[in-house]
Design a protein around this ligand. Sequence first.
Ligand SMILES: [Zn+2]
Length: 132
Amino acid sequence: MALQCEICGNSITGNFFLTQIEGAIFRVCSSCAKLGSPVREKKDVKPALQKPKPSDRLLKEPLLELRLDYNKMIKQAREKLGLSQEQLGHKINEKPSVIKLLESGKLKPDDLLARKIEHALKLRILIPPESE
Ligand SMILES: [Zn+2]
């Protein structure tokens, strides 16, 4: 069964053409192909070069910065809750020496540790950069 040109309705002998007219794609004869812009067949379309990788999603999350006074905040929040450095360390599964270093500003917590502290002390030491 011969294909029909979707523009002029003539039977298409031989190869049909795909052409794009005003955003719509038509299967057309060779003479109607000139009316639109040529379209490559779908099977020939290469996947987009910038295919998002799973890791891109993580990078797009707003980067948070550690507050400069994180050590004071940790100490204050801990004391407000009546916790010793040992107790806080136990709560977040870290050694008391880690808490001591954090509170003296000698150790900057990584994201994971910072979040554990935030959760345990109900405070925010990671903030978006622009809200400084
Ligand atoms: Zn035609």
